[in-house]
Ligand binder design. Structure first.
Ligand SMILES: NC(=O)c1ccc[n+]([C@@H]2O[C@H](COP(=O)([O-])OP(=O)(O)OC[C@H]3O[C@@H](n4cnc5c(N)ncnc54)[C@H](OP(=O)(O)O)[C@@H]3O)[C@@H](O)[C@H]2O)c1
Length: 300
């Protein structure tokens, strides 16, 4: 079954259940991957300034010939543009890179502010990251002021329950999305429940377990895949969609891009088996360089 599922955001817009991820897509590959994906039927593309491929993603969107209004495009504000006076400029840069007039979703990539710099991760002479005192609530307030004709929805990424609670104390607009690492080894059920209660949709990043994923070799996933005559990737994608999250698997391989767009409906028993794989220690994406004092993921 080709994935046609969508989820409703708190803005009333819909987000297609499966999108194409583009992190680590090498130069040249992102263009081809996005074009292949759109030809396959994907209508949701995820990128970020820091991936360095917004221009390629934009060129592929343009060359696909699919009308803009049929696509859902997400990009992300990088850590070195958190100062409120830099947010609007960062948006304009991403829009220009993407050759778009508007984004469907603009996310704060991390709740971490770094100094304004030409470098994506500014460092001092000793190699230490130069942080900036801007609090993520101030950055979010600046995102709230972005023109709605240029940004249809705003949201966050890598926000824990603790950080979301702090954000919601001052936010005037409830984030439409919190994009986080989610797969059967890291289901983050408490965070997922909290987001549901608040009307915040979750998008699952690294839904396959990222590069060299241990999930691809998991026996339970393999057995379930065999039962449905599907691949492990299709089972992981289906699990993510079935629990109510959109998923953004990345691939630069045409056959995988096509495969990942076909999800299956899992029996409750199989869905439960996948839920039981959860462990606390399988966070695969840990930015050790800026995960200060458990600030990012503590208490979740
Ligand atoms: N907000 C954030 O901080 C954040 C962090 C991480 C990721 N993300 C987003 O989430 C997206 C997905 O996460 P991810 O890239 O870390 O990992 P992922 O999508 O879980 O896994 C990607 C890896 O799986 C391989 N793969 C894809 N489809 C496959 C299939 N059908 N069978 C076997 N292997 C397959 C890919 O290889 P090939 O490409 O070689 O085919 C690649 O090595 C990113 O690209 C990015 O857009 C966001």
């Amino acid at each position: 079954m080709a994935s046609g599922r969508v989820f409703k955001l708190n803005t009333d817009a819909t987000i297609p259940a499966t999108g194409l991820g583009t992190w680590q897509s090498k130069p040249g590959d992102a263009y081809k991957a996005v074009l292949t994906a759109i030809k396959t039927g994907y209508r949701h593309i995820d990128t970020a300034l820091v991936y360095g491929n917004e221009k390629e993603v934009g060129a592929a969107i343009k060359d696909s010939g699919v009308p803009r209004e049929q696509l859902f495009v997400t990009t992300k504000l990088w850590n070195n543009s958190h100062r409120p006076d830099l947010v609007s400029k960062a948006l304009e840069t991403s829009l220009a890179n993407l050759q778009l007039n508007y984004l469907d979703l603009y996310l704060m990539h991390w709740p971490v502010s770094m100094a304004e710099s030409k470098d994506l991760v500014p460092k001092d002479e000793d190699g230490n990251i130069i942080f900036d005192p801007t609090d993520f609530t101030e950055t979010y307030a600046a995102m709230e002021k972005l023109p709605s004709d240029k940004v249809r929805a705003i949201g966050v990424s890598n926000f824990s329950v603790r950080n979301l609670k702090r954000l919601l104390k001052t936010a005037k607009i409830v984030p439409a999305v919190n994009q986080c690492e989610l797969h059967p080894y890291l289901a983050q059920q408490k965070l997922h429940d909290f987001c549901n209660e608040q009307g915040i949709h979750m998008t699952a990043y690294s839904p396959l377990g990222s590069t060299d994923s241990p999930l691809m070799k998991d026996d339970t996933v393999a057995k379930i895949a065999k039962k449905y005559d599907a691949s492990p990737a299709q089972i992981l994608i289906s699990w993510g969609i079935q629990r109510g999250t959109s998923v953004i698997p990345k691939s630069v391989t045409p056959s995988r891009i096509e495969e990942n767009f076909k999800d299956v409906v899992l029996d409750q028993a199989d869905f439960d088996k996948l839920n039981s794989l959860v462990t606390d220690s399988k966070r695969l994406i840990i930015p050790t360089a800026w995960n200060r004092e458990e600030f990012l993921f503590g208490e979740d």
